[in-house]
Write a protein that binds this ligand. Structure first.
Ligand code: AMP
Length: 283
């Protein structure tokens, strides 16, 4: 497996694969890879002839008071995981490669980015869309893989690709969790022992939503209120948002009919975590 630092090296590799008629998958990441990322890489390996994993902590998707400087990084272990999972190329560019001097373009998706994380992280999805658009243009994959863990990101990227006629299939992959239910995240490494326990309240609130739904509750406001009360009981947890929305449009749903996305964001200590689940008509 190769490690590429420049656009030219990636393009050259992909060109030669495509000449052979091979299909290429891309897994965009910010590195510090865990089993959640690994599941995306393995899904890409299973469905494509060649797989590129990008590892880039994208400064444009961090707000001024966020954790860009302390975001965890470990390229050696990332490269090892990618090789073990069957990837063919890791693209790990420096910031100057992705954003050279006088870089002036922003890709912005309206509407879908207004609520949820877009509301509490202004500019975040402009950063995400700009970097994902660049990565798709650099690699020109047949398929690109994103986790349902970042459900809004997945919906936004799908819309961007559709709106811009980008010739790529966006594949969504299920959330991978720790044994106790905490969604795997690079940011879990920030949590101390007490916070790690408190972090379970996100999953507990989502479980409660399922229980209430199974018992016949269909009023979003009631489900949200009970989830909020559960999370508020933990002094280390501060809810950012709890919302019940349509999975595709991300529009808030006041009553539940078929299926709905329940999305949660909360600070556990200083660490902001997100999680979500799908309530489906059949549950
Ligand atoms: P990140 O490195 O956090 O930007 O994540 C890179 C990709 O991995 C995104 O598409 C995420 O949604 C996905 N991902 C992160 N954590 C998980 C997880 N626990 N399960 C599944 N996918 C994940």
């Amino acid at each position: 497996m190769k490690l590429a630092r420049t656009v030219e090296v990636v393009r050259c590799a992909v060109r030669s694969w495509k000449k052979e008629g091979l299909h290429v998958g891309l897994v965009p990441t910010m590195g510090f890879l865990h089993e959640g990322h690994e599941s995306l890489i393995r899904a890409a390996v299973a469905a494509n002839d060649r797989v590129v994993v990008s590892v880039f902590v994208n400064p444009r998707q961090f707000g001024p008071d966020e954790d860009l400087d302390r975001y965890p990084r470990d390229i050696e272990s990332d490269v090892e995981m990618c090789a073990n999972a069957g990837a063919d190329l890791v693209f790990a560019p420096d910031v100057e490669v992705m954003y050279p001097e006088a870089f002036a373009t922003t890709v912005s998706v309206a509407g879908l980015t207004a609520g949820l994380c877009g509301k509490s992280r202004p500019g975040h999805f402009d950063g995400v869309c700009t970097v994902v658009c660049k990565l798709l243009n650099i690699v020109s994959p047949d398929r690109a893989y994103f986790g349902q863990k970042d459900a809004q990101q997945l919906a936004v990227v799908r819309r961007m690709c559709r709106d811009l006629h980008m010739p790529v299939e966006i594949v969504g992959c299920p959330i991978v969790r720790e044994e106790d239910g905490l969604a795997k995240s690079s940011r879990n490494s920030y949590l101390n022992e007490a916070e790690r326990i408190s972090a379970l309240s996100l999953r507990a609130a989502l479980d409660l939503a399922h229980e209430l739904y199974a018992a016949g509750e269909r009023e979003s406001a009631i489900i949200i209120e009970k989830m909020r009360a559960l999370m508020a009981a933990d002094p280390l947890v501060r809810v950012d948002y709890i919302e019940i929305v349509d999975q595709g449009s991300l529009a808030p749903l006041s009553r539940l009919y078929n299926s709905a996305l329940v999305a949660v964001a909360a600070f556990v200590g200083k660490t902001r975590l997100i999680d979500n689940t799908l309530l489906s008509g059949k549950s």
